[in-house]
Design a binder for this molecule. Structure first.
Ligand code: ADP
Ligand code: MG
Length: 321
C-alpha cells in the first residue's frame, strides 16, 4: 500500500509557483504584498453530510475547492493559495488521482496554488482553506448594506436544490432535465471574476450556500436593515420554471448549494453593476431592495407573500421539510 508521504509527493506536491515555499516543509511561505489584505476562509465537506459517499471523486475535488473559492468571490478577493486537509479510509489510488485532478484543475484555473495540508486516515472528510488578496479596505463585507440599496444576485438559483430533490426522490424529474440541473449541485462555478469586478461598487455581498432567505438574512443582520424581494424577479432556469410554485419557492428561497453571489449596491451604481457583470461574463438580476425595517418582505405581482414552510439550510436546526 502506498505510504502517506509517497501519496502526498505523487498527487499533491508540485513545484511552488507563486508561493516562496509550498508542499514539503513544516509550513508553506507566502509573500506579502504591500497595501493588500489577506482574505482567508475554510470550508469542510463531510461524507454523508455534504455529499453522498459514492460521489465521483473528481467532482468532489472540484466542489471542495469551488465552495471555498466562492467565499473569496463573495469578498471580492483574488485567490492566491489553498491548503487541503483530508481524512480517508485506506488510500485508493485511483480515487485519490481523480480527486486531486478535480482540485488541481480548478486551482490552476484561478492560479490558486496548493501549498500544503494534512493527510490522515479516518472517515472521509475534506477541509480546504483558501487564501486571497484584496486591496486594503475594499473587501465586500456583509455589514455594508444601506437602506435604498438594490439587491442583486448572479446567475440563476434553485437548480442545485432541484437536483437534490430528485436524488432524494422528493420529486421526479425527466432524465434529461435531471442531467441538466445536476452539474449545479456537483460542479458549482465560483463567481470569482464578478466578485473582483464588484470592488468599489457593491456595498455588501455574500455567496448563496444555504439558501437565499437565510443567507440574505446574514447581510441584513450584519447591516441592521431589512429587505423587500419580488419573487417574480428571482432568476431561475427554464427547468425550475416548470415546477409548481411550492417547489419554485422552496428551491429559490430555501435551497442551498447554488454558490451564486447576492450583493447590494446603491441605485446610482446600476450601470456600474451591469458593466461589472459584462466584464466578468456573469449575468446579474435585481431582485429587490434594502429598507430600514428589519425582516424580509416577499411579494409578487399579486401582492404580499407568506414565507411559511420555507427554511434555509442549518446543520443544527430541524431537518428541512
Ligand atoms: P507535518 O507532520 O510536519 O505536519 P506532514 O507529514 O503532515 O507534515 O506533511 C508533509 C508535507 O506535505 C507538509 O508540507 C504538508 O503541508 C504537505 N501535505 C500533507 N498533506 C497534504 C495534502 N493533502 N495536500 C497538500 N499538501 C499536503
Ligand atoms: Mg501534518
Amino acid at each position: 500500500m502506498i505510504s502517506e508521504f509517497d501519496l502526498i509527493a505523487k498527487y499533491f506536491k508540485r513545484p511552488a509557483a507563486r508561493a516562496d515555499l509550498g508542499v514539503g516543509d513544516d509550513c508553506a511561505l507566502l509573500r506579502q504584498t504591500t497595501g493588500m489584505q489577506t482574505a482567508i476562509s475554510t470550508d469542510m465537506l463531510v461524507s454523508g453530510t455534504h455529499f453522498f459517499p459514492d460521489t465521483d471523486p473528481e467532482q468532489l475535488g472540484h466542489k471542495a475547492l469551488a465552495v471555498n473559492l466562492s467565499d473569496l468571490a463573495a469578498m471580492g478577493a483574488t485567490p492566491t493559495a489553498c491548503t487541503l486537509a483530508v481524512a480517508m479510509q485506506a488510500p485508493d489510488e485511483s480515487w485519490i488521482a481523480a480527486f486531486a485532478k478535480g482540485i488541481l484543475t480548478l486551482a490552476d484555473r484561478y492560479q490558486c496554488e496548493l501549498i500544503g495540508g494534512d493527510t490522515t486516515r479516518g472517515p472521509l472528510n475534506i477541509c480546504i482553506t483558501v487564501f486571497g488578496q484584496i486591496p486594503a479596505g475594499q473587501a465586500l463585507r456583509r455589514d455594508g448594506a444601506k437602506a435604498g440599496d438594490d439587491i442583486w444576485i448572479s446567475g440563476t438559483i434553485g437548480d442545485a436544490r432541484l437536483a437534490l430533490a430528485h436524488l432524494r426522490q422528493e420529486l421526479i424529474l425527466p432524465e434529461d432535465q435531471f442531467q441538466q440541473v445536476l452539474p449545479r449541485l456537483q460542479k458549482p462555478v465560483p463567481r470569482v471574476e464578478l466578485g473582483i469586478a464588484l470592488r468599489n461598487i457593491a456595498h455588501a455581498a455574500l455567496d448563496l450556500s444555504d439558501g437565499l432567505l437565510g443567507d440574505l438574512g446574514h447581510i441584513l443582520d450584519a447591516s441592521h436593515a431589512g429587505a423587500a424581494i419580488n419573487t417574480d424577479d428571482l432568476p431561475i432556469s427554464s427547468i425550475l420554471r416548470q415546477q409548481d410554485e411550492k417547489w419554485r419557492l422552496q428551491c429559490t428561497l430555501g435551497g442551498g448549494d447554488d454558490y451564486e453571489l447576492c450583493f447590494t449596491a446603491p441605485v446610482e451604481k446600476r450601470e456600474q453593476v451591469l458593466e461589472a457583470a459584462r466584464l466578468s461574463h456573469t449575468p446579474v438580476t435585481r431582485i429587490g431592495s434594502i429598507d430600514p425595517q428589519p425582516g424580509i418582505r416577499l411579494y409578487n405581482a399579486a401582492g404580499p407573500l407568506a414565507r411559511t414552510g420555507i427554511h434555509s439550510f442549518d446543520h443544527f436546526a430541524t431537518p428541512e421539510k
